[in-house]
Write a protein that binds this ligand. Structure first.
Ligand SMILES: Cc1cc2nc3c(=O)[nH]c(=O)nc-3n(C[C@H](O)[C@H](O)[C@H](O)COP(=O)(O)OP(=O)(O)OC[C@H]3O[C@@H](n4cnc5c(N)ncnc54)[C@H](O)[C@@H]3O)c2cc1C
Length: 505
């Protein structure tokens, strides 16, 4: 007979992986099925901020903002390799929000909760502060406040890795194609999307964390009709060569009432985003439009001395927000809070659907989901994720530089830049990746931009990477530097490794 899990999670984005990790750590048996690669949906297409959401204050989302503000330092301590504090410079612009309103918003932001290590807001004289240098001289005053940065795709993978280390079964390239209630359990059909092979499993409870595919899963896969609770909103980003050297990011107000960020990105670039447009297509096909590129270039050019033009753009990415549909008229005003809706007819197996949610609040969303799971199928262990580090994050939040130095001492052949990058991606697990290497040659073939065979093999064995795209655009961002021939050679190598038995997970 097919194996029965307590919980089967549909979707390997941040919410699915966070829920799977929390549930398995409390003692439930858990399977997670992701139809593509981990974080291949919305969770690798975010602005990558661990933030309270300053602009949500304007929409009175105090519950969400407070919870998100409190999560900033909790998450930083859980994963100080991939999450770190960032200061944001918000220039005051005449004719837009008045200075007193900005000051009030930032006062609330500083005091709503949870800020112990992050520094408070301060006012900047942009004529003398280096943050003023790349901007037009008309911006003479700004406010500087704290939020955090996250490598979003790696946060997803590390949650999956930790869930698997604790006993969860994590299957990628595995689509849930049907689920039917029978004898108080779900009979679920999974399909391996590479081979087409189908498999049956059973589950006492389903979690639908399929992000923007949620309505499709509800109506097409579990055959329910409680759809139309989600509002799909496209958001796009552009990446341009570095516009400024300052480690701080900018928060720019636009004339249309929206805001955009300009953020230091991957050492050599600036990330600019985002947009808010209602979306009606298949979430897999979302792509930036020429209009969005123009919008982001024009909005940033209102502030930077040197304009940003479409010709500067080296990469773009787009994602679809699966927002809870609260009936707001404009996409930018739809709530960013999450809603968990259970369908649990008496005597039948339950399903809980996840609507909305931010990367920042994923851990709290998982805790709320676990409360529902406890009510529906019985309680197991207590809440545990606050204060338990993610793989590679077992060092103090202010200990990043020390970890880089330790790695350099253990592997003297690494240059500073390489050691820095390895700790940023893998934290203390960089040593597992490097093993007994004594020279760069021991790391094997180099595919481009200091990506060695040892790292690729590590990603295949420990992090479910199967394609060059998984490695170059989600586990790392080396894609920014790779040329087409290098990508092709990496793919050939990975295909060869996968043909060797038991090489990849
Ligand atoms: C432009 C933009 C900027 C954002 N910026 C931020 C930010 O700065 N900070 C922040 O906190 N949040 C941000 N967010 C919000 C955040 O990214 C999302 O709320 C979050 O990633 C949603 O995660 P998810 O797990 O629900 O969905 P997803 O990441 O989309 O995961 C759902 C997964 O389900 C899988 N799936 C679907 N159907 C099936 C099936 N039948 N079988 C198996 N698998 C299936 C999909 O392949 C997908 O991987 C941003 C979002 C966008 C779009």
């Amino acid at each position: 007979m097919a194996q029965t899990y307590d919980v089967l999670v549909i979707g390997g984005g941040i919410n699915g992986c966070g829920i799977a990790r929390d549930a398995v750590g409390r003692g439930y048996s858990v399977m997670l099925a992701e139809m593509s690669d981990l974080a291949s949906g919305t969770s690798s297409a975010s602005t990558k901020l661990i933030h309270g959401g300053l602009r949500y204050l304007e929409h009175y989302e105090f519950r969400l903002v407070r919870e998100a503000l409190m999560e900033r330092e909790v998450l930083w301590k859980m994963a100080p390799h991939i999450i770190w504090p960032m200061r944001f410079v918000l220039p005051y612009a005449k004719g837009l929000r008045p200075a007193w309103l900005l000051r009030l918003g930032l006062f609330l932001y500083d005091h709503l909760g949870g800020r112990k290590l992050l520094p408070a807001t301060r006012t900047l004289n942009m004529r003398t502060d280096p943050a003023g240098a790349p901007l037009k001289p008309l911006f003479t005053k700004a406010f500087e406040y704290s939020d955090g940065w996250v490598n979003d795709a790696r946060l997803v993978v590390l949650n999956a890795r930790d869930a698997a280390d604790r006993g969860a079964v994590v299957r990628t390239r595995t689509k849930v194609v049907s689920a039917r209630r029978e004898d108080k359990v779900w009979n679920v059909t999974l399909q391996d999307i590479s081979t087409g092979h189908a498999e049956q499993v059973r589950a006492r409870l389903l979690v639908n964390a399929s992000g923007p595919w949620i309505d499709h899963v509800i109506s097409g896969i579990v055959a329910q009709n409680d759809v139309h609770n989600v509002r799909l909103v496209q958001g796009s980003h552009i990446v341009v060569p570095k516009k400024f050297n300052d480690p701080r990011a900018y928060f720019f107000q636009n004339k249309d009432g929206r805001i955009i960020f300009a953020i230091p990105y991957e050492q050599d670039f600036t990330l600019i985003g985002t947009t808010d447009l209602d979306y009606g297509g298949d979430p897999h096909n979302v792509v930036i439009s020429a209009g969005e590129i123009d919008y982001l270039c024009n909005a940033a050019s209102e502030y930077f001395r040197e304009p940003v033009t479409p010709a500067d753009v080296v990469w773009t990415y787009s994602g679809v927000r699966p927002l809870f549909d609260d009936g707001a008229s404009k996409a930018q005003e739809a709530t960013r809070d999450y809603v968990l809706k259970a369908d649990a007819p008496s005597g039948e197996a339950p399903i809980v659907n996840v609507f909305g949610g931010k990367i920042t609040t994923y851990r709290r969303l998982a805790e709320s989901m676990l409360e529902k799971i406890e009510d529906l199928i019985g309680k197991k262990g207590p809440a545990w994720t606050a204060g338990t580090t993610l793989p590679g994050g077992d060092f103090p939040p202010d200990g990043f530089e020390l970890e880089v130095e330790r790695l350099r001492t253990a592997y003297p052949f690494l240059r500073d830049r390489e050691a820095f990058r390895l700790i940023r991606l893998y934290g203390t697990r960089a040593k597992v990746l490097l093993g007994n290497a004594k020279t760069l040659d021991d790391l094997g073939r180099m595919f481009g931009d200091e990506l060695y065979e040892a790292e690729v093999r590590y990603l295949m064995q420990h992090e479910w990477a199967q394609t060059a795209e998984d490695v170059l655009w989600r586990r790392t961002k080396r894609g920014l530097k790779f040329v087409a021939e290098e990508v092709a050679a990496l793919q050939v190598f990975m295909d060869d490794v996968r043909r060797q038995p038991a090489a990849a997970e």
